[in-house]
Design a protein around this ligand. Sequence first.
Ligand code: KIV
Length: 270
Amino acid sequence: MSIHTPKIEKKVTLTTIAKMKGKEPITMVTAYDALFAGLFDTEVEMILVGDSLNMSFLGKEDTLSATMDQMIYHTQAVCNGAKLPLIVLDMPFGSYSTVDDAIHNATRAYQETNAQAIKIEGGKERAHIVEALTQNSIAVLGHIGLMPQFLRSDGGYKIRGKTKEDIASLVSDAKALEAAGIFALVVEGVKEEAARAITEAVNIPTIGIGAGNVTDGQVLVWSDMFGFFESFKPKFVKQYLDGAKQIRKGLEAYRNEVKGREFPSEEYTY
Ligand code: KIV
């Protein structure tokens, strides 16, 4: 059953998100430009300028080659288009390998864009980085489970949380990140049982993608959820629109009208 919820009317802050834990599910989508961010503005609490743009926007095979300059450029565009959601810049691979790199690059994110937070992938091994960032007043969204930036070292995209040991390891990652100061946690590609254990173990909101219906919120990549990215559809993606089909239909009509000298008719002529 779907319900009709009110549109977002006020600027969403870190406090708004913190208060939603266990009360109202948080909605987050990705966006990469001002046009779509503007369309999403009053519809979702959070927008992630994800490094997934390297795949869906740039046509690369994975997210690894995204750069800080790219993420800043797209976050500026998103901030121009959307005013109400909390906007998060996804730190690209290699931009937070050391505390110094993390502080330098996250400071750029804050100085060169209006993003309210940054996101980094990694568990307890990255807790010291999160701690350094949060101590420097940079808000951090964590990301555990299936981590696309770890693709090569993990030997591919692998669903996590299939064993008791792995669930315990994910829970201890979540707790270490919470203690280090993250304000919320993306949990990607895990069995629902693992997502439940993580969500129950922490006091910060969890935001799931491919993690079942037990997290405090959900995130989807916009080009997946609106049916624009056709080369691959993971099980967890629900397509709310057949975007690619609609675009082709529109283009076919345009082509036929131009070739048939129907467009531009008098109505569209000075
Ligand atoms: O880059 C991205 O879009 C992400 C989401 C999948 C959470 O990290």
